[in-house]
Write a protein that binds this ligand. Sequence first.
Ligand code: 5GP
Length: 176
Amino acid sequence: AAALRDVGSLIRGVPDFPSPGILFRDITPVLRDPGAMAAALRLHLDAVADLAGSIDRIVGVESRGFLFGMPIAHALGVGFVPARKPGKLPAATVTQSYALEYGEGTLHMHADAIDAGDRVLLVDDLLATGGTASAAARLVQRLGGEVVASLFLIELPFLKGRERLAPLRVEALLPF
Ligand code: 5GP
């Protein structure tokens, strides 16, 4: 609980970013502090400890989902797959669009990145409406994989992303 408080105290609320009225939760102060970064990684791993040995792949969502997604994959001894914004992945992709507050977002994944039957843990830094995570989950499913859980450092419960992702298992360390 102390470690969780320490990590939480380093998450900075930045008003009016990226647009007026939004309070952006900035995780970079956690990343630059080696003790907090290690504590945050440990807390992520503790939340999915029961999945060790039973997942095949981590999918991390561009770009902050890469930051903890990769060390989590390394710690669990599984591979890492990036879900990326348009125009970034070089080989053939599958693509999924999703609604944003204003407009539309799109995620891509390499078409050969998930093998049929892969058990996947989805990782991102923050769960808001759940639109991003559900698009990433959809990509995994379309490639024949099974998303067994999703894992976030931060959850904004008032945006009800957890309900949107249901019945998918959601682990989130810090509600704001
Ligand atoms: P959602 O699709 O759940 O509405 O939004 C979550 C996505 O937007 C995540 O990929 C997350 O990185 C990004 N995001 C939205 N708001 C914030 C925020 O306040 N802080 C951070 N770090 N990411 C955010």
